[in-house]
Design a protein around this ligand. Structure first.
Ligand code: HEM
Length: 121
């Protein structure tokens, strides 16, 4: 059976990546105002989404339904500036991560592509 990226990278490393990302969001002057007060809940949603995307348990779908990311982001102004800030936060988190180079590069390309896809302003 083919081993999923979720298994290769590991739940702990994904969790740490998303936690480090939200540490950056916390102090980002462009992005912080877009997120509601409960950053922990938002962190959990992105974590579960990434677990599922990488081939792990589909808890995101069970809790939130289909991702429909484009639709869910329509209420937030995802313009070039927001994309740049989001990706910078993720870059910082990836640089701190101990995920191997091949998978870090895979994740980085996925995030870049998705961020551009979500542009709505
Ligand atoms: C490009 C800039 C982006 C901005 C400004 C942005 C902003 C936001 C905001 C404000 C939320 C609400 C937080 C919450 O309460 O859950 C959110 C949710 C979410 N975002 Fe983004 N986001 C961006 C890119 C991305 C990317 C690249 C991904 C995926 C790789 C992503 C995945 C998600 C997910 C899974 C949720 C939770 C959806 C839900 O279940 O309600 N976002 N985003």
């Amino acid at each position: 059976m083919k081993i999923s990226k979720y298994e290769t990278i590991g739940a702990a490393a994904i969790k740490k990546l998303i936690a480090d990302f939200y540490q950056e969001i916390k102090t980002d002057e462009v992005l912080r105002p877009m997120y509601k007060d409960d950053l922990e809940a938002a962190e959990e949603r992105l974590y579960l989404f990434m677990v599922q995307y990488l081939g792990g348990p589909d808890l995101y779908n069970q809790k939130r339904g289909l991702p429909k990311l484009k639709m869910r982001h329509m209420v937030f102004p995802v313009d070039d500036k927001a994309i740049e800030h989001w990706l910078n936060c993720m870059k910082t988190a990836l640089d701190k991560s101990e995920i191997d180079e091949v998978n870090r590069s895979f994740l980085w390309h996925y995030f870049k592509q998705t961020a551009v896809f979500l542009k709505n302003r």
